[in-house]
Design a protein around this ligand. Structure first.
Ligand SMILES: Cc1cc2nc3c(=O)[nH]c(=O)nc-3n(C[C@H](O)[C@H](O)[C@H](O)COP(=O)(O)OP(=O)(O)OC[C@H]3O[C@@H](n4cnc5c(N)ncnc54)[C@H](O)[C@@H]3O)c2cc1C
Length: 434
């Protein structure tokens, strides 16, 4: 292990508390692999672990550092479920597909929890998550979810809370009328999970190269993947660059980059809070999220800072002052935090798809991809990785439910797409106000 190059990570709370400080080499040679994975976030690293566990020779190429993208910057909320409205896809995937993806939404959390336990990854996993309702229609839909989960074999405690129970057990704020607690979901330190999984992958024999951006992919029976100083010849490739990937797919293959819209999301971390304050804010130490379109998500860190996230920005440019934008939102929920210091502020790019179902599939028989988790990727990336490994290994064809769904490209170039989506989101925000 050598010293880590700090300038490559955003100045987040996560980076300041990074536990797995490995430095991986830059690719400077020509090497062979069974599978070459492009991108060292959750999708890429979890795929590497799954495939190495199945005996493949795997190479990961990361343009920056492991967990540099959304995987090392997110809210750390491990929330059950995949996609938003699976009913929207009934005509394509039928009841069988809806049931299969619903079950995978539960399996996804299990994959993460088992991985953490099996390899003893030190990432502050804490169980307990609560959806916060601010109007009657939220309570109605949560009650339906609650009933569905309790009638299934979910196996974790899930219950509805009214306003006073919510205040007593979950959140010291008057802004919400109730909520639903789910003890099968929770929160964790995402950069320590991602870098801890990378260490696991390396221990299993995966070759990881960082600061090695891929510039070209030449398809064929054996695929050539080029970086500026080296190349990999592989039988199979996985594209795992998500919102940070430009159009890397070879020109004669479908463009998947124009099907994922990068949208900024941002987080502030307070100074560590005294016990009497944090126990008042979030007495059960649950992760919480409200149900607005432009949602706020927050939780306590292991050292009892409030990590408050929110704001969705489609311009492709980060706000100049993240704290100035998020502080008032935090005070709206917790007015008594007025004056508290903010030690860290950062943001990252969420990959949004037009229909909000993750895009998991293949461009050819031997080029696979997974992207567009639409802000809900901590668990789903791990499920996608498992599906990719199962498909590559010929173990199952569960990936088919995702492959059957068509995904539309955002019209125009990178910069034209964003205002269009912003308009769409404004419309949804308007509806959300009623
Ligand atoms: C601020 C924020 C908060 C979020 N909060 C939550 C949350 O609480 N819960 C939740 O479930 N989800 C959350 N998400 C979403 C979640 O983080 C993502 O869905 C998930 O991390 C995506 O992982 P990924 O590996 O697909 O992409 P990333 O983690 O973005 O990784 C992609 C990697 O590919 C690399 N790459 C790109 N192009 C190349 C190339 N040409 N060559 C080599 N490497 C390349 C990039 O450098 C990057 O490291 C949040 C996202 C953000 C930004």
């Amino acid at each position: 292990m050598t010293a880590i190059h700090t300038e490559h990570y955003p100045p987040s709370y996560y980076f300041s508390s990074l536990k797995y400080k490995q430095e991986y080499p830059v690719l400077t040679d020509a090497i062979d692999a069974d599978i070459c994975i492009i991108g060292g976030g959750f999708t890429g690293i979890a795929s590497a672990v799954e495939l190495a566990e199945r005996g493949y020779k795997v190479v990961v190429l990361e343009a920056h550092k492991i967990g540099w993208g959304a995987s090392g910057r997110n809210g750390g909320q491990l929330i059950r479920g995949i996609g938003h409205e699976l009913e929207d896809f009934r005509n394509t995937i039928g009841q069988e597909g809806i049931d299969a993806i619903t079950a995978m939404g539960i399996e996804a959390n299990d994959v993460v929890i088992k991985r953490i336990n099996k390899y003893q990854i030190d990432c502050d996993l804490t169980m307990g998550y609560c959806d916060l309702a601010s109007k009657a229609k939220h309570m109605k839909s949560l009650a339906q979810d609650c009933q569905r989960l309790n009638n299934s074999d979910y196996g974790f405690d899930v219950k509805m809370l009214d306003k006073s129970e919510l205040k007593q057990q979950v959140i010291g704020s008057d802004n919400f009328i109730g909520g639903m607690i789910d003890m099968g979901s929770g929160h964790l330190h995402p950069l320590n999970l991602c870098t801890g999984e990378a260490k696991t992958a390396a221990d299993l024999g995966v070759e990881i190269y960082t600061d090695s951006p891929v510039s070209e992919i030449i398809p064929g029976n054996i695929i050539t993947v080029k970086t500026s100083q080296g190349l990999v010849k592989a039988n199979k490739v996985i594209l795992a660059g998500n919102a940070y990937m430009d159009n890397l797919a070879p020109k004669n293959l479908p463009n998947i980059a124009n099907k994922v819209l990068p949208a900024g999301s941002y987080i502030i971390a307070t100074e560590p809070l005294d016990a009497n304050i944090h126990q008042q804010l979030l007495p059960g130490n649950h992760a919480v999220c409200d149900l607005k379109i432009d949602l706020d998500y927050f939780r306590l860190s292991a050292d009892k800072r409030l990590l408050f996230g929110g704001m969705c920005n489609y311009s492709g440019r980060d706000p100049k002052d993240i704290k100035a934008a998020l502080y008032p939102k935090m005070l709206k929920v917790f007015p008594h935090l007025e004056g508290i210091n903010i030690d860290y502020q950062w943001g990252g790019m969420i990959g949004i798809g037009a229909n909000r179902l993750p895009q998991i599939g293949r461009l050819t028989d031997n080029i696979f991809y997974a992207q567009a988790y639409s802000g809900h990727g901590v668990n789903v990336t791990h499920m996608a990785a498992k599906l990719l490994a199962e498909a590559i290994h010929g173990e199952s064809d569960r990936i088919k439910y995702f492959e059957q769904v068509k995904h539309f490209a955002f019209p125009g170039g990178k910069y034209l797409r964003s205002p269009l989506l912003a308009l769409g989101m404004m419309y949804h925000k308007m509806l959300d106000a009623f």
